[in-house]
Design a protein. Structure first.
Length: 242
């Protein structure tokens, strides 16, 4: 009896890989895809806690929330294939608001944000999140844009329903079993994972909506003024349209 070559459920990487990003830019999505392809090789997510990273031979490090200098300090990552994904800072902050207010599993940071916004309207809470979180996202994004390293967009990834990841990995010369990658991408597509279309919004879901440009649905006069005053230079330098 012939064995089905596509029945194998996971692969072993022949080289390390670093996926660097920031929160609310599809980090969980890409982590899930890579975890499905390389079940036993994807390292635990640690976000910004890069001081605790340990070198693992041919390890897959996904969803690292690091600026370029922080990433460069990882000696064992300097020669490895890596890619950075960013998202329009306006959509990033809108997504962060809904996450902190409604959908994120509670931890101390989320609890504090919810206490702070307890008596705020959605409009007030969103402005609060923008005012108190924009700088950290801008710093990470701009550090990579200015590094000269390849920068990829969440928007392209989303509109391709994940297939753009194949192009990214090809561009950085990371060898990946194509069939397993395609299966992982299909299994983690928005509709497959959340059982609804991206236009069907659920504010209590981690996958509220992934549609690019959603920030425009939440504009107020105050938020528009804040974007013009604080975010416009970041938006221009990261290549998005005002």
């Amino acid at each position: 009896m012939k064995l089905n070559p596509f029945k194998k459920r996971s692969a072993t990487p022949t080289q390390p890989l670093f996926h660097v990003t920031h929160a609310k830019a599809g980090s969980s999505w890409i982590y899930s895809i890579l975890k499905k392809v390389y079940k036993n090789s994807v390292q635990p997510r640690v976000g910004r806690d890069y001081q605790s990273f340990e070198s693992v031979e041919n390890g897959i490090y996904s969803a690292l929330f690091l600026d370029y200098d922080e990433f460069s300090s990882l000696e064992f990552g300097k020669e490895a294939p890596c890619f950075f994904i960013m998202r329009d800072i306006r959509d990033t902050l809108v997504s962060l608001y809904f996450s902190h207010r409604y959908s994120h599993v509670e931890n101390e940071k989320v609890k504090q944000a919810r206490r702070n916004m307890k008596n705020m309207t959605d409009e007030e809470g969103m402005l609060y999140i923008f005012e108190n979180n924009w700088e950290k996202f801008a710093q990470i994004q701009l550090s990579w844009v200015r590094s000269g390293k390849p920068v990829y967009r969440y928007e392209d990834l989303f509109l391709s329903q994940g297939k753009f990841l194949e192009e990214i990995l090809d561009a950085i010369h990371f060898e990946v079993p194509k069939q397993l990658l395609c299966q992982a991408i299909e299994a983690n597509a928005f509709e497959a994972k959340f059982k609804r279309k991206p236009t069907e919004v659920d504010i209590y879901s981690h996958g509220r909506t992934g549609l690019p440009g959603d920030w425009q649905n939440h504009l107020t006069e105050e938020l528009s003024g804040f974007i013009d005053k604080r975010l416009a230079p970041v938006i221009r330098e990261t290549g998005y349209e005002l």
